[in-house]
Design a protein around this ligand. Structure first.
Ligand code: AMP
Ligand code: ZN
Ligand code: ZN
Length: 467
């Protein structure tokens, strides 16, 4: 098969799942955006941007070409009440045109980025899909997964479940990811037909332009499931807190991009459902970092990552539990097998043992990073763990959503398959997967990776054609 991209460098007769790393830095699939057609300044800007990576899965099957499109947009850390609090007009309009959850969508525990993005695209709780943290240890593999490690991030063997882009590709439907945790990995040996290497500095409006360009590809190559991601609201929340003018500015920035996307889609005349959501909310923290290792004998630890503790043995886990239990009212400690059911966070060895759960907006971690802390590769653009200078962050998330409403996220959906004016009560984000699979008419009854945790019945009410 042939990729009919306007840029001749992208034409490629391919082999199934052959990954084409484009040497050129011209943005792909932008009609009329070939290098020679741009003024010099724009050429310079375009040259600095990486092109999408193209994986040749063949054309959309005839059946898939007739189907609708879904764009799944994540605004990282966009708390459920920010739309009203900061008057985000485009998101509010999306909600009026379609469905919304005014009191929020409930994230999975822990309410952090990688576990929740991956829950949204697999319909599984983190304990079932295995991405239990942004960073965690696997005692069986004796390896660490970290979102700062591009090699781990791209290694499909870390990821359970069947993400929506894999589901689509396996059923002959092309998919594209403009960033999403997991989207760079060969999960079940499958990557999206089009995806990007994560670059937090990639300009937001260019992300939107690329998504619109993908939708202008010829029908055989045009992706029907597309992800899009913006980090602004999360970064501002950590650095300045949820009530800051910087957070207001970040909300307006991403809301502007939603407006840009909607305006672009209006010109395309395609049946596109847009779902805009977030992975979690944000809360102003109380106090400084609390290092758990002050209470315990470090020689009992095989490893620790973030606030996860991995004991050398069962007996050592008991000793660690005993030394942590009751030491502070800022956290509770649970042995594996005794974690409250509502957390859905028990029984996966990657979660560690014992598990420490914060009781309020406190900054828990297993230990302080060794001084001087080596900066992670994208540290400059990722202020997730810091406030100003070396100060602790002002805002944080990760807490139990059942006890902290500030962890709830936005959810909006609008388009040809969505009823107008539906207001949803809070629901868990595992239920988004069956909704999208239903809209795209993808079969999730016989997943190789087993049944999902989400249920279509929870969001069926938003659909014009629920059956
Ligand atoms: P958190 O620490 O949970 O607030 O994580 C948010 C951070 O995750 C963002 O600031 C991004 O830098 C980072 N991030 C989001 N998506 C990706 C990705 N696909 N690959 C690597 N890092 C990511
Ligand atoms: Zn996040
Ligand atoms: Zn964050």
């Amino acid at each position: 098969m042939r990729l009919n991209c306007k840029n001749p460098c992208r034409r490629r007769a391919g082999v199934f799942a052959w990954i084409l790393f484009i040497g050129s830095f011209v943005p792909c699939a932008t009609p009329g955006a070939a290098r020679g057609q741009q003024p010099p300044q724009q050429q310079a800007a375009a040259q600095a941007l990486a092109a999408p990576i193209v994986v040749d899965h063949g054309p959309n099957s005839a059946g898939q070409q007739a189907k609708h499109y879904v764009i799944l947009v994540s605004l990282d850390g966009f708390r459920y009440d920010y739309t009203q609090k900061y008057d985000a007009k485009n998101l509010a309009a999306l909600g009026s045109r379609g469905a919304s959850a005014p009191d929020g969508m409930i994230p999975a525990y822990p309410s952090i980025t990688f576990p929740n993005h991956y829950t949204i695209v697999t319909g599984l709780y983190p304990e079932h899909h295995g991405i239990v943290g942004n960073a965690f240890y696997d005692p069986a593999r004796k390896q660490v997964y970290s979102y700062h490690d591009p090699q781990a991030e791209a290694d499909g063997t870390w990821y359970g479940g069947t993400p929506l882009w894999v589901l689509a590709e396996q059923q002959g439907m092309r998919a594209a990811c403009f960033f999403w945790p997991g989207s760079e990995a060969d999960i079940q040996g499958v990557r999206p037909s089009y995806y990007m290497k994560y670059d937090p500095k990639y300009p937001n409006h260019k992300r939107v332009e690329q998504v619109l360009a993908w939708l202008q590809l010829p029908p055989e190559q045009r992706p029907h499931f597309i992800t899009l991601y913006f980090s602004d609201t999360d970064s501002a929340g950590h650095a300045h807190g949820p009530d800051s003018p910087e957070e207001a500015a970040a909300v307006h920035e991403v809301d502007t991009e939603i407006g840009r996307l909607e305006a672009g889609l209006a010109k395309l005349n395609l049946p596109v459902d847009v779902i805009v959501l977030a992975d979690h909310g944000m809360i102003k923290v109380e106090g400084d970092w609390l290092n758990l290792d002050q209470y315990l004998d470090a020689s009992l630890l095989e490893k620790s990552e973030e606030s996860f503790i991995y004991a050398k043995s069962e007996a050592d886990a008991t000793k660690i539990y005993d030394s942590l239990n009751g030491k502070s009212d800022k956290f509770r400690v649970y042995r594996s097998g005794h974690v409250p059911e509502s957390l859905h966070f028990d029984g996966n060895p990657r979660e560690g043992d014992p598990l420490v759960v914060a009781t309020g907006p406190y900054l828990l971690r297993a230990s302080a990073p060794p001084p001087p802390s080596p900066a992670p590769p994208n540290a400059a653009a990722n202020p997730a763990m810091m406030g100003h200078g070396n100060a602790p962050p002002v805002g944080m998330h990760g807490y139990d959503p059942a006890h902290m409403p500030e962890m709830k996220a936005i959810f909006y959906a609008a388009g040809p398959d969505i009823r107008t004016g539906v207001k949803l009560p809070p629901f868990e984000n595992v239920n988004v997967y069956p909704l999208i699979a239903h809209i795209l008419d993808l079969d999730i009854a016989n997943l190789k990776t087993g049944p999902i945790d989400g249920k279509l019945t929870v969001l069926q009410g938003v659909l014009k054609n629920p059956h």
